[in-house]
Design a protein around this ligand. Structure first.
Ligand code: ACO
Length: 323
């Protein structure tokens, strides 16, 4: 008996408030033109006062449950990928569990910054295919606006808030058919912590801190590491990376995505991009983009989809699945 972890529903949530590049140009010395040319971003969503990461996560999770046709009680595992938890403890996943009314199973957070969703998906897949759990909510949720230095034009223009969620279910291989997570690849190089980090935390400053980034150095690392992860995850599964139907990248920068597409000889119209309207929502960006592809009818059942992420750590990784 062999099990596969199948995505049987997805959901998304973006806060109502929209912050355009023009709005930002009134706060810091920047321009719509500079931001669009360097990143592809036009606007991003920002959580309202009092709206927490767990609220965004719960909205996306409810939508994913509806899409999958399941009730909260059908879930026995919740993993939230986030860098912006509601509290230092307990986990945001525990708070989401209560908000959804899930009463059984395990709940925990994963912290791998912008690669968080890939780490969470890979972890959930292992819990489900081991037979230990039956059905998981895998959520990427962030309120990055709360850790931005709104006077630092080099970082505050890049990020946005949001959440995306998958319902992932353990299914017998015979029932799953071609569907399910096929392979994943997770990496970290902690020697590169200084390239992208938050300058505060519980055991160092006892404060939250703000995002600090050497953007051009991160940029230089990104295309090479992401492409290598994507090639590996496909080749290890015996699949040519060019055979994928859809590329769902972490939405950090349009130029990074284009660089990867060029390096791997993919087609531009295979890319699901949400960066223009959402910016970089860190761990939420991959499930948000996946949900976009599903809801506009591009990603269909049995399609071969390649996801990738890269973020602070540096962490990076990729996952291959059939929708
Ligand atoms: N508006 C106007 N000018 C700006 C802005 C801004 N918002 N931000 C920086 N500048 C200026 C700088 O001060 C600098 O000016 P100077 O030449 O007078 O010193 C100039 O623009 C060039 O700065 P660079 O940092 O070299 O600009 P670059 O072309 O590298 O673009 C960017 C910056 C967009 C951050 C790019 O490096 C990038 O996208 N890096 C990837 C980092 C990233 O996406 N991180 C997110 C998390 S990690 C991940 O998800 C992959």
């Amino acid at each position: 008996m062999s099990l596969k972890a199948v995505v049987c529903g997805c959901g998304a949530y973006l806060p109502e408030q929209v912050l355009t590049n023009h709005d930002l140009a009134k706060k810091v010395d920047t321009s719509d033109e500079w931001i669009r040319e360097r990143t592809g971003i036009r606007e991003r969503h920002v959580a309202a006062d009092g709206e927490k990461t767990s609220d965004l996560a719960a909205h996306a999770a409810r939508q994913a449950l509806d899409a999958a046709g399941y009730a909260p009680d059908d879930i026995d595992l919740i993993i939230v990928a986030t860098t912006t938890p509601d509290l230092t403890f307990p986990s945001t996943a525990a708070i989401v569990q209560a908000k959804l009314g899930v009463r059984e199973g395990a709940a925990f957070d994963i912290q791998a910054v912008c690669t968080g969703f890939i780490y969470a998906l890979s972890t959930a897949e292992k819990f489900l295919t081991s037979g230990q759990h039956k059905r998981a909510l895998v959520i990427g949720a962030e309120t990055f606006s709360r850790i931005l230095d709104w006077t630092d034009r080099a970082t505050c223009v890049l990020f946005g808030d949001g959440a995306g969620a998958f319902v992932l279910e353990a299914q017998e291989e015979a029932d799953a058919g071609k569907r399910g997570v096929i392979n994943s690849y997770l990496r970290c190089d902690g020697r590169l912590v200084d390239l992208l980090y938050v300058d505060g935390g519980v055991s160092s400053t006892q404060s939250t801190g703000h995002v600090r980034m050497q953007g051009n150095k991160v940029f230089r690392e990104a295309v090479m590491r992401i492409s290598q992860a994507m090639e590996w995850v496909a080749a290890d599964a015996g699949i040519d990376v060019r055979a994928i139907d859809w590329f769902v990248p972490h939405q950090a920068n349009e130029r990074i995505i284009k660089g990867v597409v060029k390096k791997l000889d993919l087609a531009t119209d295979q890319v699901i991009s949400t960066i223009a309207g959402q910016g970089n929502t860190s761990a939420a960006s991959i499930p948000l983009a996946y949900h976009q592809g599903v809801s506009d009818g591009r990603i269909k059942k049995d399609d071969l989809v390649l996801l990738e992420g890269m973020g602070g750590g540096l962490t990076w990784g990729a996952a291959l699945l059939r929708a």
